[in-house]
Write a protein that binds this ligand. Structure first.
Ligand code: APR
Ligand code: ZN
Length: 254
C-alpha cells in the first residue's frame, strides 16, 4: 500500500475519531469486490448496455426482456456476499460513530453485512411488482425463475414484472431522499465510498454535507469530477482500505 494511501487512512481515521455524526455514502464501487459489476469506469455495464434501453422506465415498458437480460448480469446473486468494506462500515456503526449509510446500490449487501440504518436511494430488488395486476413477488422467487427463463406474472401472464428499484426517469422515493438530505445536513463527517458522483440528486448530497460544515472524505478506485470538494481522497480498493480505516480508528480510540 503506498505511503499516500497509508497517510489518507490515518487522516480519515483521525476524522472519524473526532466525529460525532459520520455518514457513509456508497455507490457500485463498494460492491465491485463482491463480484457485482459497476456501471462506469473500466468494464462498467454502461460500456455494454444502453442505460436508456435497459434501465429507464420507458425502455422497461417497451421491452422488459432487455431489462431482465441486463439484470441477469447486474443481478444480485444471492451468492454475492458482502465484502470487508461492507463489514467495516457495519462495525463503525456498531461502534457508534457511523450513524447512517446512504447507498445508491440495490444489492442489499450493507444490510447483509449488519448495517442497521441504510437509506436505499435507488430502492432494492427485494420486491418485484406486476405492473398489470399489482401482484407482488419476493426477489428470491424471481431470481430462481431468472436462472431458467424470462419471469412472467403467474397470476395474469404479464411480462411487466418490475423490481422496486428507481429507473432513469422515475423519482427517488421521497421519504428516503429527505431522510438522506437530513443525514447529510447533520453529518460532521461525510465519507463517499465507490461512487463516480455523476447521478443526481444522489450526487448532490456531498455538497449539502459540505455546505452544512461537514468534513468530506472519499475512497474510490479513480478520481471523480467532484474530488475538489473533499478534504481527503484515497484512490484504491474499498475492500482493502476500509478495514484498515476501522483498524486505525480502533487504535486511536483504545
Ligand atoms: N473500490 C472502490 N471504488 C471502486 C472500486 C473498488 N473496488 N471499483 C470501482 N470503483 C469506483 C469506480 O472508479 C467508479 O468511480 O466506483 C465508482 C463506481 O461508479 P458508478 O459505476 O458510476 O456507480 P455509482 O456512482 O453507484 O452510479 C450511480 O448510476 O447507473 C446509475 O442507478 C445507477 O446507482 C447507480 C448510479
Ligand atoms: Zn400480473
Amino acid at each position: 500500500m503506498s505511503m499516500v494511501v497509508e497517510e489518507g487512512i490515518k487522516k480519515i481515521s483521525r476524522m472519524l475519531s473526532e466525529s460525532e455524526h459520520a455518514v457513509v455514502f456508497t455507490g457500485s464501487g463498494i460492491s465491485a469486490e463482491s463480484g457485482i459489476p459497476t456501471f462506469r469506469g473500466p468494464g462498467g455495464l454502461w460500456e455494454k448496455y444502453n442505460p436508456e434501453e435497459v434501465a429507464s422506465i420507458y425502455g422497461f415498458k417497451r421491452n422488459p426482456k432487455e431489462f431482465w437480460k441486463f439484470a441477469k448480469e447486474l443481478i444480485i446473486k444471492s451468492s454475492a456476499s458482502p465484502n470487508p468494506a461492507h463489514y467495516a462500515i457495519a462495525e463503525l456503526e456498531k461502534e457508534g460513530v457511523v450513524k447512517a449509510v446512504i447507498t445508491q446500490n440495490i444489492d442489499m449487501l450493507h444490510q447483509r453485512a449488519g448495517s442497521m440504518r441504510v437509506l436505499e436511494l435507488h430502492g432494492s430488488m427485494k420486491y418485484v411488482d406486476c405492473l398489470e395486476c399489482r401482484n407482488v413477488y419476493e426477489w428470491e422467487y424471481i431470481e430462481k425463475i431468472l436462472q431458467i427463463e424470462q419471469p412472467v406474472c403467474e397470476r395474469c401472464g404479464s411480462e411487466l414484472l418490475k423490481p422496486r428499484v428507481v429507473f432513469f426517469g422515475e423519482p427517488l422515493p421521497y421519504g428516503i431522499l429527505s431522510e438522506a438530505m437530513e443525514e447529510s445536513r447533520k453529518a460532521d463527517l461525510f465519507i463517499v465510498v465507490g461512487s463516480s458522483l455523476v447521478v443526481y440528486p444522489a450526487a448532490k448530497l456531498p455538497d449539502m454535507a459540505k455546505e452544512s460544515g461537514a468534513k468530506l472524505a472519499i475512497v474510490n478506485l479513480e478520481p471523480t469530477e467532484k474530488d475538489f470538494l473533499f478534504d481527503v481522497a484515497i484512490y484504491g480498493k474499498a475492500a482493502e482500505i476500509l478495514p484498515k480505516v476501522l483498524e486505525e480508528y480502533r487504535r486511536l480510540k483504545s
